[in-house]
Design a protein around this ligand. Sequence first.
Ligand SMILES: Cc1ncc(COP(=O)(O)O)c(C=O)c1O
Length: 370
Amino acid sequence: MSKFIPVNKPDLTGNEKKYLIECIDTGWISSEGPFVEKLEHGMCELTGREHAFAVCNGSAALELAVKAIGIQPGDEVIMPTFTIISCALAVIRAGAVPVYVDSDLETWNMQMDGIENLINPKTKAIMAVHIYGITVDMDPLLKIAKKYNLKVIEDAAEVIGQTYKGRQCGSFGDISTFSFYPNKHVTTGEGGMVLTNDAQIAEKCKSMRNLCFGKKNRFEHESIGWNFRMSNLQAAVGVAQLERISDTLKRKSAVGQMYRYFLKENDNIQLPLDKTSYCENIFWIFGIISLQKNNNAQWWMDKLKKDDIGTRPFFYPMHLQTTLKYAQKLDCSYKNSEFLSNFGFYLPSSTTLSKKDIKNICYKINKICE
Ligand SMILES: Cc1ncc(COP(=O)(O)O)c(C=O)c1O
């Protein structure tokens, strides 16, 4: 009997258990425990950022980031339409308006040449989201932001430890965010982080993450914040994960390269780029695109499910989300994002996959097309 291969399985074989036991033995389980600061410190070291704040998930990190850089009701924030809804929700919940940009068919990231036309006096920020393994081309984006005096939020959820032109992702713009969901390069179960070099933004993050407790009178709150805190238990897992980040990235890369090798002769699918002039793909996930006009992603995923292979569809673009229709501004055509969403999906991408698993998955994919 064949065994179902899930799309993701975290590897918790380092010090995770040891550090969790330490939390229980010492009684430090809340956000005040020492692992939270250790994780924040570790992420500062990794990215070169000065301030980091652990939060309860990557969506919360985006909410905090948007508010901390001062986005106000009525402001516009430029972002990709092909992304997770957390990006748009953070903007909408701040009372601002997401303005979407279409994606590039090769890198799957926001098209740079779509950005400048959308800028008007209401535009306050650009949200750069690294999608599915290839980074955003940050230099042109930062140049546009500088020219029009816009803030930059970098959503680096999917690229922890990855570099753009040798510089760490999560180190760009006014503020950056990470997610530590179990499919990320570092997991805490649920978790996230905001990072910045700006002391004022940092102060806001620190306060808003923790209900804006008063400095003199603790329970007279200074502003409207959230409880977005991360527990010491979660951070303990994160610290153990971060200790092994370079090994994780190496194994992710190896998984991606094996897929590329075993699928290289398959003309029915588009494979992810393994590099561009500015970055190398670590293959956070191994995404593929059906090039068969009559067979969309769902068709492939149904076939693979029958073969006990787990898959996930690509994102459903923001401009098509009926639940967001009232709150968005549409400015261009989004044909590429719609194509990626219809025809793209990803394969099991865990570091725990063996060469045999990958060979087997690829054999089945190649067989589907015969
Ligand atoms: C690009 C991106 N941003 C944000 C998030 C949200 O993170 P979380 O699931 O931790 O809320 C994700 C989740 O996968 C993501 O891929």
